[in-house]
Every structure is written in structure tokens, then in C-alpha cells.
Design a protein around this ligand. Structure first.
Ligand code: 5GP
Length: 187
């Protein structure tokens, strides 16, 4: 039986998941981050094996064939997956693992790790989400549009998750998440 728990931050793109994850890691040295693999091109400020393991589409498909992923999904026309071996090994050692995934990924993880702690992060509104995606300045206009359309689909699943956190202000959202993690882990 694993002693470590999975802690999953999910929600639409642009909602602030990456920043929330960084804050959680800063406050909880007992939590390790699961670095996903992706076939999406590397952004200019990203580093291989830091934000993601960057693979070509061909390599990603080879990893799928070899059963290297615990879950994977196509998100906004790119492939993203959680490497299986490192996740299982970390949990076996009794460490908690933090994951930043889309809604499909979280639903798959929930089947495998029903005792995980799942946080669906929502923006204060669609207009705010669009503003944040534009402000990030990492994506083309057409990509932003695709991400907003996907967000509407993703919101349909919000009721499946125990913890729904509105990211109105980062400090408030993070402090709610940290207190839930503390409570969940100590029970
Ligand atoms: P981005 O391209 O902005 O870094 O991420 C796009 C989306 O992919 C985000 O919603 C992010 O949470 C999701 N994502 C990142 N890694 C994984 C993963 O391993 N599995 C799944 N299912 N989604 C992921």
C-alpha cells in the first residue's frame, strides 16, 4: 500500500496552475513534482527536464507503446503524459507527488488513485481567463481561442471533483489549498 498521496492540480489552461504548483512546492518540502512529457514545442523560457520532458511526436508515441505513461492525453493538439516509473517509485518511498494535468488526465488518475487529493482550479470568469491567456504571451491567437473553447468543455466536469478552488487572488487560493493538503495528509 502506498503511503504517499497524489495531489492533483487541474483546470483549464491559463487559470494559474503552474504558479500554484510552484507555491505548493515552496511550502511543502515533503511533496515532489511529477515532470510530465509533452510533444509540444519548448517555449523560449523553458528547459528540458525542468518544466517538461520534451519529446518529438514519434518519441512520445514510442513511450506510449512501451507503457511508459500512467496516463496521457491530447491537449490543444499536443500530447502530454505522466511518466509511470518515477511516479510509482516516489509514492512507494512514501513521498507525496504533485501533478499539473488537464481534466482528462485528472479523471484517469482518479480511477487509479481514488485516495488522491484533487483540486479543480477555476478562474473568476471567462473574461478573466481570456485576459490571463493573452497576458501570458506564450501562445498564438488561434491557440488562445482553442484553449478557451476547451475550457468550456472542461468546466462540465467540475462536479466530479471534491475541491473546487477559485483563483481570484493567488495568495488566497494557495492558502486554501495548503490547508486542505495539511488536513488531508494528517488524517
Ligand atoms: P501547457 O502547454 O500550457 O504547458 O499545458 C497545457 C495543458 O496540459 C495544461 O492544462 C496542463 O495541465 C496539461 N498537462 C500538462 N502535463 C500533463 C500530463 O502529464 N497529462 C495531462 N493529461 N495533461 C497535462
Amino acid at each position: 500500500m502506498n503511503k504517499g498521496r497524489v495531489i492533483v492540480i487541474l483546470g483549464p489552461s491559463g487559470v494559474g496552475k503552474t504558479t500554484i504548483c510552484k507555491r505548493i512546492l515552496r511550502h511543502r518540502p515533503d511533496v515532489c513534482f511529477s515532470i510530465s512529457a509533452t510533444s509540444r514545442p519548448k517555449r523560449k523560457d523553458e528547459k528540458n527536464h525542468r518544466e517538461y520532458i520534451f519529446l518529438s511526436e514519434k518519441e512520445f508515441k514510442e513511450w506510449i507503446e512501451k507503457g511508459c505513461f500512467i496516463e496521457y492525453a491530447e491537449v490543444h493538439s499536443n500530447l502530454y503524459g505522466t511518466p509511470k516509473k518515477s511516479l510509482e517509485e516516489t509514492l512507494k518511498k512514501g513521498h507525496h507527488v504533485l501533478l499539473d494535468v488537464d481534466v482528462q488526465g485528472a479523471m484517469n488518475l482518479m480511477k487509479l488513485y481514488p485516495n488522491g487529493i484533487y483540486f479543480f482550479i477555476v478562474p473568476p470568469g471567462m473574461h478573466e481567463l481570456e485576459k490571463r491567456l493573452k497576458k501570458r504571451d506564450t501562445d498564438e491567437k488561434s491557440t488562445i481561442k482553442k484553449r478557451l473553447v476547451n475550457a468550456i468543455e472542461e468546466f462540465k466536469h467540475v462536479g466530479k471533483f471534491k475541491y473546487v478552488i477559485e483563483n481570484r487572488t493567488l495568495n488566497e487560493a494557495v492558502s486554501k489549498i495548503l490547508s486542505i493538503i495539511e488536513r488531508e495528509i494528517s488524517t
